[in-house]
Design a binder for this molecule. Structure first.
Ligand SMILES: [Zn+2]
Length: 457
């Protein structure tokens, strides 16, 4: 099975050839753990989860190493700790678990390794010392900075020159920088800030060095694929490349770079000021009067758009996805999965075309091939037992429909509709669509149906 991937580094779709077929190695930049993951954060997690699943399918589950880090040292974390009066370790531990729970809810498998930055400080210090020795970094006023002019091809990934960057970027001007684009590898910590002993005094690492140190430690000087959102391409990924290639010129760092496009909500950039900002947890639990959206539905909507295209999250897409998944789950119930259909595998092997793979699933469903549908969907992490609880309508709603119909009949006589209104509101809150007509009362469980909320009705 040939896999083709669009390499951001070469800007071409290339045939993927693993460095070692027995150990395909992938690194993806993970979250900074200071708050709940917002919906946009779920996109790379889901996209690269599908890549992980595809590689496991093609090369064997034991022949893929997928590393996704946790950034647990960052000024945003310090600020959160200070504002809340809680300890940094409490906040990072809690937020890390939130992230794992939310990603599991949208069907993301745990990567092979999930290193925390703070567990790799000695390796970062060693790499920084090495960069200073090799003339790529310098110490100034307790800081250590990477000298971008020491690395000829700095900016090649995003296709910019250092001069363009200076002109275009909001550069932090600091008197101790030789070049405004030089970036921080190490910075001093004041008392009360997290800090580690180093040759440059008590301090903490800059953000970029952790990915270089951890990928070297866990994957080596050269590995197959580096992934992340395209918002990370500059400066984060440029800086990772500069650090790693200068510290380990014997390796080439990542051969293939994959970047996913960003996410919008109802056609607009997600932002707190527009009121369309929400976390994965908000969606899973229901928020602002909106019904809950099951994790499987979130996953399906995300995969309906190719990772290299901007993705637009809409409530309508979620409704349609829920209807499709409910129908498919009905079809594959009790059916044994066949072999993964080639059409689905081909679509994914063609630059991770998840939208194409879903189109193939629709064809299998139309043809009534439930065994192939189940196998193909499972490769995408859909129709799995873990994500299925939402679609099990274990409660018979006919009794409630009859009670509501009776209440309405009584209300017609007494002109007191309060009981009808109360029941309707409770049903809607439980994610049930209520249709009342002369013919009677119909209750339809929707995407966010939660049988537990029917108790007491
Ligand atoms: Zn990174």
């Amino acid at each position: 099975m040939d896999i083709w991937l669009t390499n951001s580094r070469t800007r071409k779709k290339e045939l993927f050839e693993p460095i070692d077929r027995d150990n395909v190695r992938i690194y993806v930049c993970g979250p900074t753990v200071y708050d709940r993951a917002h919906l946009g954060n779920a996109r790379p997690a889901i996209v690269f989860d599908v890549l992980f699943r595809l590689m496991r399918e093609v090369y064997g589950p034991d022949h893929v190493t997928y590393v996704r880090n946790f950034t647990d040292v960052d000024d945003k974390i310090n600020a959160r700790a200070e504002a809340s009066g809680r300890s940094i370790s409490e906040i990072t531990a809690e937020t890390t678990q939130w992230y794992l729970d939310d990603m599991a809810a949208v069907g993301v498998m745990e990567p092979t390794e999930m290193p925390r930055a703070t567990a790799y400080i000695p390796q970062m210090i060693a790499m920084i010392s090495d960069l200073i020795e090799k003339g790529h970094a310098y110490e100034a006023e307790g800081h250590v900075l990477f000298a971008v002019e020491s690395y000829k091809t700095y900016g090649a990934l995003s296709g910019r020159s250092v001069d363009d960057m200076i002109a275009g970027a909001r550069v932090e001007v600091a008197p101790y920088k030789r070049n405004p684009m030089d970036f921080v590898l190490w910075k001093p910590s004041a008392p009360g800030q997290p800090g580690w002993e180093s040759p440059w005094g008590v301090g903490r690492p800059g953000w970029h060095i952790e990915c270089s140190a951890m990928s070297y430690e866990l994957l080596g000087a050269t590995f197959d694929i580096h992934g992340g959102g395209n918002d990370l391409m500059f400066p984060h990924h440029e800086n990772e490349i500069a650090q790693s290639c200068c510290a380990h010129p014997e390796g080439g760092f990542a051969k293939v770079w994959l970047h996913n496009e960003m996410l919008q909500v109802e056609g607009r950039k997600m932002s707190k000021s527009l009121g369309n900002f929400f976390t994965v947890h908000d969606l899973l639990e229901g928020h602002d009067g909106q019904p809950a959206v099951p994790g499987e539905v979130i996953r399906f909507v995300m995969l309906s758009t190719h990772y290299r295209k901007p993705m637009d999250w809409t409530a309508e897409k979620a409704e349609q996805a829920a209807a499709t998944l409910r129908k498919w789950r009905g079809m594959v119930e009790g059916v044994e999965a066949a072999a993964v259909p080639e059409t689905v595998l081909f679509a994914l092997a063609d630059d991770l075309n998840t939208a194409g793979a879903i189109a193939e699933l629709h064809k299998l469903a139309s043809a009534g091939d439930a065994a192939a549908l189940k196998a193909g969907a499972t490769l995408l992490g859909l129709l799995t037992p873990e994500l299925g609880a939402w679609a099990e309508v274990s409660v018979d709603l006919s009794g409630l429909a009859a009670t509501l119909a009776d209440a309405r009949t009584r209300a017609m006589e007494t002109k007191d509709f309060s009981e009808v209104d109360r029941m309707k509101a409770a049903l809607v809150a439980a994610g049930v669509e209520v249709r009342m007509s002369k013919a009677g009362v119909e209750l339809l469980p929707g995407a966010g149906f939660d049988p537990a909320k029917l108790e007491g009705l």
